[in-house]
Ligand binder design. Structure first.
Ligand code: AMP
Ligand code: TRP
Length: 327
């Protein structure tokens, strides 16, 4: 069995991009692998957070994990800050990382753009992510395409340390989905769908009401050609909608193009509203039930204990290799 690890930040508004690009694979993978799914609250504080809101969002994401079908009997679900090994390993990895490679991270460049200075945590964010992964001897990391660069950095750091201290870390691999790997914003299909965009109609959150889903899809930016055809370069809007439709329904993009030959964007969008509402309804129903239950807290506590047991083993090995602490 392979070890799988992934994490999502508790910053609210888990959207269709998160679900189709990353979370969806989490559920599939738990059948044949040992999966560990984390709510990365320490990554969230790389930008200022209101404490109450952060704690609420942490539980929101945990409930959503379970609502989409992550089964705590099969997988470990826990909160990052409950396992101290993440911060500890992160420091050790920081000492084997270079400011040059961190400066090349596009996410850091984007997030620090137009700012006079950026928090150091935003700069070292990918190292904490590498620690998350390496702490659990992870083989496979299912993530959205936007995390490719961070995974590469994690591998670089692991390789560098392994060449000095052989067999310290398992070399992880990213797992990126082709279809749905990059869901674009509905109002501007040249940007990726994001949690933080101001316009709420730029995204569909997994817990949106049907009326909101309808409004966002009907308003989605398309083009003036009026032909339902996949062409990401020249028709990014309709291509994004075709992609979403295809992944949610399991119908290939080609079959959708055939089905909607001669139809207008309005008809296509109306059908997409139905497909989306239908796909999200059961998730929403389960979520409401789980979010208010004691079972959620118990699951996270149990998950943290199980994760910590694995993390401690890794930390013992790492510290020994680096000559840290007493033998
Ligand atoms: P984040 O919202 O940054 O915490 O991302 C959680 C997961 O969702 C990561 O694996 C991301 O790669 C993935 N993700 C975020 N936005 C998108 C998007 N627009 N399309 C596809 N995947 C995404
Ligand atoms: N950086 C990831 C994101 O923004 C979240 C994350 C943190 C993560 N640690 C991780 C993903 C470890 C996979 C593995 O989406």
């Amino acid at each position: 069995m392979k070890r799988v690890f992934s994490g999502v930040q508790p910053t609210g508004n888990i959207h269709l991009g998160n679900y189709l690009g990353a979370l969806r694979q989490f559920v599939e993978l738990q059948e044949d692998n040992q999966c560990i799914y984390c709510i990365v609250d320490m990554h969230a504080i790389t930008v200022p957070q209101d404490p109450e809101t952060l704690r609420k969002h942490t539980l929101d994401v945990a409930a959503l994990y379970l609502a989409i079908g992550i089964d705590p009997k099969k997988s470990i679900v826990f909160v990052q800050s409950d396992v101290s090994g993440h911060a500890e390993l992160s420091w050790i990895l920081t000492c084997s990382s270079y400011t040059g490679e961190l400066s090349r991270m596009t996410q850091f460049k984007d997030k620090s753009k137009n700012k006079e200075s950026a928090p150091a945590g935003l700069f070292t964010y990918p190292i904490l992510m590498a620690a998350d992964i390496l702490l659990y001897d992870t083989d496979v990391v299912p993530v959205g395409n936007d995390q490719k660069q961070h995974i590469e950095l994690c591998r670089d750091i692991a390789g560098r340390i392994n060449s000095r201290f052989p067999d310290t870390f398992v070399m992880p691999e990213g797992r990126f989905l082709k279809a749905g790997a990059r869901i674009m914003a509905l109002d501007d299909p040249t940007k990726k769908m994001s949690k933080s965009a101001e316009n709420i109609h730029s995204r569909i959150s997994l817990l949106d009401e049907p009326s909101k889903i309808k409004k966002s899809i009907m308003k989605a930016t398309t083009d003036s050609e009026g032909v339902i055809r996949f062409d990401a370069e020249n028709k990014p809007g309709i291509s994004n909608l075709l992609n979403i439709y295809s992944v949610l329904s399991g119908i290939t993009v080609e079959d959708l193009e055939k089905r909607y030959k001669g139809s207008g964007y309005g008809t296509f969008k109306k059908d997409l509203v139905d497909v989306t509402v239908e796909a999200l309804a059961p998730i929403k129903a389960r979520y409401e039930e789980i979010r208010s239950s004691q079972m959620l807290i118990d699951t996270l506590k149990d998950g943290a204990e199980r994760a910590d047991a694995i993390a401690q083993k890794t930390m013992t090995r790492v510290k020994e290799n680096f000559g840290l602490g007493l033998k």
